[in-house]
Ligand binder design. Structure first.
Ligand SMILES: Cc1ncc(COP(=O)(O)O)c(C=O)c1O
Length: 344
């Protein structure tokens, strides 16, 4: 049976992307590859503000790279916590030696920008505000990114955004200091490329490990190269997937994801984890259920892979991703199976 992935990622890849990656990798120092690399960087430049950086690695690597290049040990960082990935972001900052102030918010909701601003004003000298754009663990999206950038500007901090499971399906429409993301979710490519968009000079004065040193990446970018071997075949995949995303346009791409997610929110008779409509994710949906294992098992037997819960709602929720090469028929089928098993 051919399986379909309605997961938080890696997502179901378009066939054209799979064809593009199945080839002998170029040697990355020759002109033929530099042209492909430049083309992918140019395409990435069209989906967000900031200079795109590609490094070999996962989303976690992109986040560590962001943290290490913008925060020094002992500096103050504020992190609103609304799920597992917010906590991991805080851990990354702590591994850098930063002093992390958590705004403990809880599952299914997002702190509004004024809460973050008040919190920051009570701490002197906040160097970074770090947020998760889409909390994959509970299907909750922070749609205040632009406003939080204004808060960061007003308190003299750098905004660090983990957009691993949102961007570019959930657009960021204005300048944000730093965005960290990865290839295997809404970028429709295999895992292996950590992607950053930087709109601010790297500001860390403390040593950064060479593999994640943005100064080295920026220097080589001017020559259409990377300091070390890039994720070459992932870049072939990104070239094709970015053609598709750009041909649709970012707003339409967003709309497609919103419509797909709405099919699940409307059809599934389980309670969504996000508490209010405006924080519901359009890339990874999450629902409470007493029968996560049964639902996942039944869907798998019919050819659909979805994900279980994470963190404190691990054993009482499911997560269904809507990114990737999936159809409305797939979503309707999933709705029917989830409701059937839940009613049993
Ligand atoms: C919001 C978020 N941040 C970070 C990560 C970590 O990405 P990776 O597993 O590629 O390291 C994920 C992965 O699902 C994620 O969803």
């Amino acid at each position: 049976m051919v399986m379909k992935y309605l997961t938080p990622g890696p997502v179901q890849l378009p066939k054209a992307v799979i064809h593009a990656i199945a080839r002998q990798p170029h040697f990355h120092r020759i002109d033929e590859f530099k042209e492909i690399f430049k083309d992918v960087i140019d395409k990435l430049s069209k989906v967000a503000y900031g200079i795109p950086i590609i490094a070999p690695g996962t989303g976690t690597f992109a986040i560590d790279m962001m943290v290490y290049n913008y925060v020094n040990p002992n500096e103050n960082a504020v992190v609103p916590i609304y799920g597992e990935f917010s906590e991991r972001l805080a851990e990354s900052l702590e591994s850098r030696g930063a002093k992390v102030y958590r705004i403990k918010w809880g599952i299914g909701s997002i702190p509004p920008p004024d809460v973050i601003e008040d919190f920051c004003r009570r701490i002197s000298n906040v160097k970074a505000i770090a947020i998760v754009h889409n909390e994959t663990s509970c299907g909750t999206t922070n749609r205040y990114v632009e406003e939080i950038q204004s808060v960061a500007d007003s308190v003299g901090a750098t905004l660090l955004v983990d957009s691993v499971s949102a961007f570019p399906a959930e657009p960021i429409r204005s300048r944000v200091d730093v965005i960290a993301t990865a290839s295997q979710k809404a970028f429709l490519a295999p895992p292996g490329a950590a992607i950053l968009f930087i709109s601010k000079e790297p500001s860390s004065s403390h040593p950064v490990p060479p593999s994640m040193n943005l100064q080295k990446y920026l220097k080589m970018l001017s020559r259409n190269e990377t300091p070390y071997t890039p994720p070459i075949n992932v870049i072939y995949g990104l070239s094709v997937s970015l053609n598709y995303i750009l041909s649709i346009g970012i707003e339409k791409y967003h709309e497609i994801h919103r419509e797909r997610a709405e099919i699940l929110y409307r059809g599934i008779k389980l309670k969504p984890v996000p508490m209010e409509h405006h924080v519901r994710s359009y890339t990874v949906t999450a629902f409470y259920t007493e029968k996560p294992k049964e639902i996942i098992f039944e869907l798998k037997s019919l050819g659909y892979i979805i994900a279980g819960g994470m963190g404190e709602i691990r054993d009482r929720s499911i997560r269904i991703g809507v990114m990737g090469d999936i159809t409305v028929d797939d979503l309707n089928k999933v709705v029917e199976v989830v409701n059937r098993v839940a009613d049993r």
